[in-house]
Design a protein around this ligand. Structure first.
Ligand SMILES: Nc1ncnc2c1ncn2[C@@H]1O[C@H](COP(=O)(O)OP(=O)(O)OP(=O)(O)O)[C@@H](O)[C@H]1O
Length: 346
């Protein structure tokens, strides 16, 4: 390939919690939280990614920390476009100045509206993409998890991210049945915050509640005695205070969110044509996304559906890997703009 034809096509997993960028031939080159810190006085971007994330809850009055994606879609267009531009630049930091603009594959939630999809594609082009293609998040997750999406067999993927849980049954390169709910990891964090507030009159931040979930959280309510010390602000005295919270308390706080996820899986199975349901029964359901790492979530889904359930090898990376791998089919996406985005029947 001549120097002038060099182009490094990119796959972007633009998530509510994290943004990952995949470069063909290199793998994941950027993995950063989807957070931006803005100076309210000047409108300038002060920090992006982990630097901005470290400012959450610790900013002076003139700096605002924004998570521009909410529930899997763009809540703040300008900030999302700036964030994407920053990450595309970061991913291409060693790029030759002669290189062509890259083609970009960006994942979007399967429940996205045409208007929301347009906004993501425009933001990618604004950020320097030559051409940008949407790919549905569960479709990308299934490719990334190694499921045989192009074959005439039913595969079920459940991608549990920060903002959305996407359940999809895929066969022959298309989504046959799916369900996208705006309940996922962020709701787990929020229910822990509410639980601690209600029970202990203690206000904790989202980073503390996320650590409770990751370190001692579980999808099964048990009498687990494991404790974790956390710090917050006592709502009665207004002063900082440390308390101990048990694993079983966290599990009970997470129950409603876990139930909604299980319900979405069951509901999708009920709407799955029988041949494909039989394939899923043989091959099992695959979980991806950071939420798949919640302890015992696979077990709960398996108990409630009576199906085998597996967690993808690198659940946090499945979507980005799938978005990257789908770059190999870019011509297919160009000629079938809805492949892996909309239902076959839409
Ligand atoms: N070990 C763990 N246990 C439970 N949850 C976890 C764990 N590790 C990460 N998470 C959660 O996973 C979520 C992030 O997952 P992921 O990066 O797949 O989401 P995203 O792609 O950014 O979001 P979305 O798909 O909604 O746009 C966060 O809510 C995070 O707290």
């Amino acid at each position: 390939m001549g120097l002038f034809s060099l182009s490094q096509d990119l796959g972007i997993d633009l998530g509510t919690a994290n943004t990952l960028v995949f470069i063909k031939g290199k793998g994941i080159v950027v993995r950063e939280p989807s957070v931006v810190a803005i100076n309210k006085t000047t409108g300038d971007i002060e920090a992006v990614g982990s630097n901005a994330r470290n400012m959450i809850g610790r900013t002076p009055g003139n700096i605002q920390v924004i998570r521009p994606m909410k529930d899997g879609v763009i809540a703040d267009y300008d900030t999302t476009a700036s964030m994407m531009k920053y990450y595309i630049k970061l991913a291409q930091r060693n790029r030759s100045s002669f290189a062509k603009k890259p083609n970009v594959m960006v994942c979007v939630p399967s429940g996205i509206t045409m208007v929301e999809e347009r906004a993501v594609i425009d933001a990618a082009k604004h950020a320097g993409a030559k051409d940008a293609f949407p790919i549905a998040e569960p479709f990308a997750a299934a490719i990334g998890a190694g499921l045989p999406v192009w074959e005439p067999t039913g595969s079920m993927i459940v991608d549990i991210g920060g903002g959305t849980t996407e359940v999809a049954v895929i066969s022959l390169g298309g989504i046959v049945t799916s369900r996208s709910i705006r309940t996922a990891g962020d709701d787990m964090d929020e229910s822990i915050i509410q639980y601690v507030k209600r029970t202990y009159n203690l206000m904790i931040g989202e980073r503390t509640s996320e650590s409770l979930k990751v370190d001692i959280g579980s999808a099964i309510t048990s009498s687990e005695k494991e404790l974790m010390d956390i710090r917050g602000r006592d709502l009665l005295t207004g002063l900082p205070k440390t308390i101990s919270v048990s694993a079983s308390e966290i599990a009970s706080a997470l129950k409603d969110t876990v139930d909604s996820i299980v319900e979405a899986v069951k509901n999708t199975l009920e709407r799955t044509p029988p041949e494909l349901a039989a394939d899923i029964m043989d091959r099992g359901i695959v979980l991806s996304g950071g939420g798949a790492l919640l302890k015992d979530l696979d077990k709960v889904i398996s108990d409630d559906t009576k199906m085998p359930v597996f967690v993808a090898d690198e659940p946090l990376d499945s979507v980005a890997i799938g978005t990257g791998k789908s770059l190999e089919y870019i011509e297919h996406f160009r000629s079938h703009p809805n492949v892996g985005v909309r239902h076959l029947s839409d």
